[in-house]
Design a protein around this ligand. Structure first.
Ligand code: FAD
Length: 534
């Protein structure tokens, strides 16, 4: 069993503590250059952490012989499954204080093995944490309690096959552990695609997307993975079940809805029938710059309410635009993209650009697919988007506190919400560190009735105090969201970090029903304890 799993079809090594592949991490010199952008950071980067320096104890349990071949106690594997990939996780690893290291890492290959592991864990009082790509940014894959005898990380990535493709209904049965590139590679020969591209696509799985209701590539329309689900198969401690494959159904509350977003607390999603799409053949993109962010918001609202349905409609505020290289002139930048499998999209792009211009947008030379990029803002934004998580870790090595959070609210609240986050989170960061902070905003997903603002905070921390500083900043952020009735998360999920905000947001009778579902499906309370429900 590989401790630091390699990427599909590659021998590259995954980082146990930071984002992505180790060979893509910024080196020390790049870290220093990054740190120079943020006043008050360290002179030298923190060393890259080593598993050998962690105090990893012996596992607290042993498995019966019939299950022993499914697990490893290898320290590298255990360390790589201790936490997700939030800033909070990265800095704890850098400071040599990762979360609780799981006792065992299991890699079942079928539903029977998942059920056997759950049976055994239930009898032993062992916590089981379903683990897909481990890209959670909300503390979703770590154990924070002390009431279980031991912790087993249930890594599903050995179940990664596309099992059936139904070209008549254009859907496929896919096992939950498939990482994004793995499942897309298996769909490509059929000319089909799931076309769900979260920023974490390379290192996250179908099961993780379903369990967290991930938000993908589409900026409008079908934004969440939920929109592509036909049916789910779930193995719970109380038994396994599969919902019917249906294009739609009005038969009572949806069984799939119970498990979508259940974050490993109610059952293990082992496979799903997913709606697919033809691969897009027509693509066009362009950007428009705005001197005024408020006007840019109005332009986006107009586009979201039109029937143009852009695949990409990201509004970057001046700070985000500068950071990604999309504008160096203090402008906000709207990145627009259209795609279709059947018809050219240039007309829709032109109409969207007209709406942008009607609200003060400038520029907007379209870049056709395959051409040299006519619009450098679009290509600059794309490459920065993929590189950003690596740069975050480089900045963390320089002692910076740098993290993102996201939300959604109705349009009537969006402008005031963004202003309040900038002001209040900026002052909380200054109060916590004594250093000036940047708080940037982009809109990632837009709807006719509202939008999903996504914020990036960066500030030089105080050595050794970074986790507390981030927790203070995050508490201030959650407070602003709550006061503006903006959701605690649009797509990053609840995990452990968003529990207080989630508890305030959900109606009491719903919390009761969720608790009852937990009691029924997980009577020994072994599944991802602390997530969604106490
Ligand atoms: C750099 C970066 C960029 C990101 N970009 C996006 C983005 O664009 N959109 C977005 O939505 N999110 C994003 N995320 C968050 C994260 O990638 C998503 O939450 C993703 O869906 C998690 O998938 P995963 O396979 O890594 O799941 P994990 O992190 O392994 O698990 C996440 C949660 O799901 C549970 N779980 C995992 N697999 C199963 C299963 N088969 N059955 C039951 N429960 C399961 C886990 O117990 C945990 O609670 C990003 C994260 C990072 C670090």
């Amino acid at each position: 069993m590989s401790a630091s799993p390699s990427g599909p079809g590659t021998s590259r090594t995954r980082s146990w503590w930071g984002w992505g592949y180790t060979d893509a991490h910024p080196d020390d010199a790049e870290c220093v250059a990054l740190g120079a952008l943020l006043p008050g950071t360290l002179a030298r980067p923190l060393p890259v952490p080593r598993v050998a320096d962690l105090k990893i104890g012996r596992p607290g349990v042993t498995l019966p012989a019939a299950l022993a071949h499914l697990v490893t106690t290898d320290p590298d594997a255990r360390a790589a499954h201790a936490m997700g990939k939030a800033y909070r996780d990265v800095i704890r690893a850098l400071r040599g204080r990762p979360g609780r290291i799981p006792d065992l890492v299991a890699r079942p290959t079928d539903d029977r093995e998942v059920a056997d592991l759950l049976d055994w864990a239930g009898g032993q009082g062992v916590a089981v944490i379903p683990f897909g790509g481990g890209s959670s940014v909300v503390g979703g894959v770590e154990y924070r309690g002390d009431t279980h005898r031991a912790v087993l990380s249930l890594d599903l990535t050995s179940t990664d096959q596309v099992l059936e493709v139904d070209t008549v209904s254009r859907s496929a049965r896919i096992r939950a552990g498939a990482l994004g590139p793995v499942l897309e590679a298996q769909l490509r020969p059929h000319g089909l695609t799931l076309r769900h591209f979260p920023q974490s696509f390379e290192f996250s799985t179908l099961g993780g997307w379903l369990a967290t209701r991930a938000g993908g590539h589409y900026a409008t329309g079908r934004t969440h993975i939920d929109d592509f689900v036909q049916s789910l198969r779930v193995v719970t401690p109380a038994g396994a079940g599969t919902s019917w494959r249906l294009p739609a159904s009005g038969a009572g509350p949806s069984p799939d809805r119970l498990f979508l977003g259940s974050e490993g607390a109610l059952g293990v999603i082992t496979e799903a029938w997913m709606r697919l799409q033809e691969r897009p053949r027509h693509k066009a993109s362009a950007s428009a710059a705005f001197a005024d962010f408020g006007q840019a918001l109005e332009a986006v609202r107009a586009i979201a309410r039109s029937d143009l349905s852009p695949a990409n409609c990201r509004l970057l505020d001046p700070g985000e635009a500068l950071l990604s290289g999309a504008s160096h002139h203090g402008s906000s930048v709207l990145v627009l993209g259209f795609e279709s499998a059947t018809a050219p999209v240039d007309g829709r792009l032109a109409s969207a650009l007209e709406l942008a211009r009607a609200h003060g947008g400038r520029g907007g030379r379209p870049a056709a697919a395959g051409d040299a990029p006519a619009d450098t803002a679009v290509s600059a934004w794309r490459s920065a988007f993929l590189r950003m998580p690596y740069l975050r870790d480089g900045l963390a090595r320089m002692g910076a506190v740098v993290e993102t959070f996201e939300t959604a609210a109705t349009w009537d609240r969006v402008p005031a919400l963004i202003d309040a986050v900038r002001t209040e989170v900026g002052s909380a960061a200054f109060k916590a560190t004594g250093n000036p902070a940047t708080v940037n905003c982009r809109l990632t997903h837009v709807y006719p009735d509202g939008a999903a603002p996504y914020f990036t905070v960066a500030v030089a921390g105080r050595p050794g105090d970074e986790v507390r500083i981030w927790d203070d900043i995050k508490a201030a952020a959650s407070d602003v969201l709550h006061r503006h009735r903006a959701t605690i998360t649009h797509h990053h999920a609840v995990g452990r970090d968003h529990r207080p905000g989630y508890d305030l947001q959900r109606p009491d009778p719903f919390a009761l029903a969720l608790r009852a579902a937990k009691d029924a499906l997980d009577p020994h309370r072994i599944l991802n304890p602390g997530v969604l429900i106490d």
